[in-house]
Design a protein around this ligand. Structure first.
Ligand SMILES: [Zn+2]
Length: 452
């Protein structure tokens, strides 16, 4: 079976020493666990998080959403703690905690008083290797994730539309599948499925521990060694990530009419550029996103204040995703009686202007300040910074590279920006997804009747 996949061998022990940072803030234990220390003594708290390189793109065929299901099972029984004890203890500590699964990783974090750091380390190290995967607990948690799918994906019309939009945006890449999984496959999960996935992917050699806050490197080394150092490790194999085929220059137009939409909305998804394809272009597109985003963005005044075509609009760019087809999306929220066609064509007109005209230097300067400020603001909180660093480490960035991002964005020139604008926006969007409140549908039906 293994030979039928293109597999990549991850993390050979001989390589461990090579990614230690000179100043010691990143180091590896002998079992392969990578540790990152981000000292910030503003408050006597520590953010402790474990990141596993396993996400929905690692889900086996016919078991979509298994990585997310496993994330839920991590709160059940382990060798040294009964089911639910993790939450009970953390609640008692007044900790802030959460677990999330995304396309490429699963993470568990807790921010808590420094005096409880040893406790969270003991709990987290225990469930890294000692989960018992009780069949009864697995069965009841299966209902929980199916219910979660119902509440978060099947019921809200915006989620249904965005699920459909992603599956049209990607033709081939596993990002087209929902992280939470398809219901009919979720119904087949067994405790053995979760156990197999756990045994394969949960290993110190496939994880990163991020400690952010009131902790020194020396303290981190002693504690990490004490709690995680003796855990057994094994090699982890990942499927090679498939690439999205070239843009067909065709737009998939999706329309969902549902009374759950308060007002009409339109999401326009262009094919952006991923950091895997070009870091330089990714930085330039980050500045483009910053140029268009928010109230200080280039189009806000025109679209919202003057022409009142939309009540709000957002820009989102996922350049740090593993696939070449990293989406660059423009989202429009219209007034209740807004004209969707007019809004779409006005935005396309503004995009055309952006392609054809030279950018104003002051606008670019402001966009770069906005984009680079982000890297300062993110350091403000131990939790936010820990999450930010953990997320990028999962993409393969080193701490030095993460700390260098601010400077890289600062180096972007007007020419770089104009080049990526032309490259990305000269092609048709991959998907346009429109959500309409049912009231509009009724109006149309009434209109049709009158014409009969
Ligand atoms: Zn969940």
């Amino acid at each position: 079976m293994i030979k039928s996949f293109l597999m990549t061998f991850l993390l050979g022990t001989a390589l461990y020493a090579s990614d230690n940072t000179g100043d010691g803030r990143t180091f590896r234990l002998d079992n392969g666990l990578k540790v990152v220390v981000l000292t910030n003594t503003r408050a006597p708290i520590v953010y402790h998080s474990v990141w596993y390189k396993v996400g929905s793109t690692d889900d086996p065929v016919l078991k979509s959403g298994l990585a997310h299901y496993l994330e839920h099972m991590m709160f059940k029984s382990s060798k040294n703690h009964p089911s639910g004890e993790y939450v009970k203890i953390l609640t008692k500590f007044g900790a802030k905690y959460n677990a999330t699964t995304s396309f490429d990783r699963t993470s568990y974090y807790a921010t808590l008083d420094k005096k409880y750091l040893s406790d969270i380390m003991e709990l987290e190290a225990d469930r890294m290797v000692n989960l018992t995967m009780d069949p009864k607990e697995a069965l009841s948690e299966r209902s929980v994730v199916i219910e979660e799918r119902l509440m978060t994906r099947d019921n809200p019309p915006a989620s249904r539309l965005s699920e459909m939009a992603l599956s049209h945006y990607y033709l081939h890449h596993p990002y087209r599948l929902p992280v939470i999984g398809w219901k009919h496959e979720m119904e087949t999960y067994t405790h053995e499925d979760a156990l197999l996935h756990y045994k394969h992917f949960y290993s110190p050699s496939n994880a990163v521990l991020v400690l952010s806050g009131d902790i020194t490197v020396e303290e981190a080394k002693t504690l990490a060694q004490k709690y995680y150092g003796s855990l057994p490790s094994h090699p982890v194999f990942h499927k090679e990530k498939v690439k999205e085929p070239t843009n067909h220059n065709i737009t998939a137009s999706l329309v969902l009419k549902d009374k759950g939409f308060g007002t009409p909305s339109v999401d326009i998804l262009f094919q952006g550029i991923s950091f895997k394809e070009s870091l330089k272009k990714t930085y330039a597109l980050e500045v483009v996103a910053s140029l268009l985003k928010g109230k200080t963005g280039l189009w806000y005044d025109t679209l919202v204040e003057k022409e009142k075509i939309v009540t709000d609009f957002g820009v989102d760019y996922h350049g740090f995703s593993f696939d070449t087809a990293a989406p660059f999306s423009i989202s429009l929220t219209l007034p209740k009686d807004g004209d969707v066609e007019k809004a779409k064509s006005r935005v396309m007109e503004l995009i055309q202007n952006l392609i054809e005209n030279t950018l104003n230097e002051d606008d670019v300067k402001l966009a770069k300040i906005k984009a680079t400020n982000f890297f300062d603001y993110v350091k403000d909180s131990a939790t936010t910074y820990g999450n930010f660093v953990g997320e990028l480490m999962m993409k393969g960035f080193s701490l030095e590279e993460i700390e260098g991002l601010r400077g890289e964005i600062d180096k972007v020139t007007i020419l770089d920006i104009q080049d990526v604008i032309r490259e990305v926006f000269s092609k048709k969007p991959r998907v346009i997804a429109t959500g309409l409140p049912e009231i509009q549908e009724n109006r149309e039906k009434e209109g049709e009747k009158k014409n009969d």
